[in-house]
Design a protein. Structure first.
Length: 122
């Protein structure tokens, strides 16, 4: 829904949270046709996601696993970092320039919350 409904900018992070929620969740994207790119990366981490057109069906799993993943945009990249924080093992997120463009000192902020995160300067 438009404001004051669910903010579509949060859809990627919320979709990531749903990957480990009990049951089946459905997201319908009516604004950005390429919003689901991050979900293919989540599938590499063990997420159970089916995409049919504008609809994503997410079946919750117990836990995601580490995997090398690729950030393709700002919000999707943040979603992958969120997934990595809860995943078993070490996850490497490539193309972090998308993430760094929109989240200042993300690594420091997450470290202050207890996350084990490292950004490699390229």
């Amino acid at each position: 829904m438009p404001y004051p409904g669910f903010p579509t900018d949060m859809q990627s992070i919320f979709g990531t949270v749903l990957t480990t929620a009990k049951g089946t969740s459905i997201i319908v994207e009516n604004i950005f046709e390429n919003r689901y790119k991050y979900m293919n990366e989540l599938k590499r981490m063990g997420a159970k996601i089916t995409i049919e057109g504008k609809t994503a069906v997410i079946k919750g799993v117990r836990r995601l696993n580490s995997a090398p993943v690729n950030s393709t945009d700002l919000r999707g990249g943040a979603a992958l970092v969120t997934a990595a924080l809860g995943a078993k093992g070490i996850t490497t997120v490539q193309n972090i320039e998308y993430i760094l463009r929109g989240y200042e000192k993300l690594d420091i902020k997450l470290q202050n919350l207890g996350a084990n995160i490292f950004i490699k300067n390229t």
